[in-house]
Write a protein of this length. Sequence first.
Length: 380
Amino acid sequence: MDFSRTEAQQRLCDEIRGFAREKLDPGTAERQVERFGRELWEQIGARGILGSCVPEIYGGRGRDVLTTILAMEALGEGCRDNGLTLGVNGQMWAVQEPIQRFGSEEQKERFLPKLCSGEWFGAHGMSEATSGSDTFALKTSAEREGSDYVLNGTKIYIGLAPVADLSLVFASTAPDKGRWGLSAFLIEKDTPGLTRSEVKQKMGLTSSPLGDLVMENCRVPGANRLGPEGAGLSIFNHSMQWERSFIFASHVGSMARQLDETVAFAKDRRQFGQPVGHFQSVSNRIADMKLRLETARLLMYKAAWTLDQGGDASMISALSKLHLGEGFFASSIDAMRIHGGRGYLTQYEVERDVRDSAGGVIYSGTSDIQRQLIARLLGL
Ligand SMILES: Cc1cc2nc3c(=O)[nH]c(=O)nc-3n(C[C@H](O)[C@H](O)[C@H](O)COP(=O)(O)OP(=O)(O)OC[C@H]3O[C@@H](n4cnc5c(N)ncnc54)[C@H](O)[C@@H]3O)c2cc1C
């Protein structure tokens, strides 16, 4: 097994890390007011980050998945704005990927270039008030009227919803068939009957706007149905394999940066006449942070390799989501504790990772749900 990077991969990572440090990281603290601007999104698009593994004919760079993951890691290492990098990953894995896999030629040509260039924001709408973990209990309906569908329902907790130019929304076209009666729709922002809510305040990831998508007799052209009628379950499951595998790709970069900064602090900060890193209770925490980082990488790279080979990533994506979500949260708490009072004060920008990482044990299926999936795949 070869764990080395090619020269091209190393060059790409250096370039993306440098871009993130220079262009995206400055202003992170000021951006903690629930939004980031389109200019930033367009810069990320222009660098070929959003479209990294989308074919060139649809506005992407046509890179393999593993190389893309390495680049996303570098993005998070260079930019401390976890809300921004989460938004990038959310759009790539849960909107662009399903369009790439299930979209018609016309849909790919119409939507992917705008998403890849950063001209458009894309959202993925599944969760509803009565269907969170119990995903397929959703109530949103889509009834055929001529060549259109009329959608009614409300999606909540949707990342980028308040600014989304395009939303991938799941609805039932055949309620009597349960999860097998679901279909997926690509809804453009000016579609009559669609309302994007105001930004909802939340605990962390504050620069990334989150809100509701409300559909009231929302008339969606049949040409905007993604995949065949009834294919919603397959599309959602496919999206989740990608999202769960890589939604934390940039947060792994954050964990690397967090570890470097914590080691530097533990060497520099002196108490009782010695660096605090000499105390085993501090160094043990740092060893745990290193272990979480390295195991996070292994799981994520294996998921990337599996998907590059066209394999089934059900197990590895659940393992990856569970371990990376819990790992980033645990390491963020360790980093805060090691920094002492400094770790708790907002001005030092250590505590932000705790608030940002907390969301990762909930979105894309909670840790409890990932454990259930893993157990089920083991035959329990
Ligand atoms: C920051 C953030 C971003 C999000 N972005 C999106 C998005 O872009 N698109 C989208 O569609 N959704 C999004 N969500 C919604 C997210 O996917 C749901 O919040 C999540 O799936 C949990 O659903 P719920 O909130 O209804 O909790 P519930 O399902 O009500 O769960 C409540 C508690 O019960 C536990 N629980 C539930 N069922 C079981 C079970 N069978 N076994 C064991 N424990 C169980 C859960 O683990 C949890 O602890 C986002 C959420 C957050 C916080």
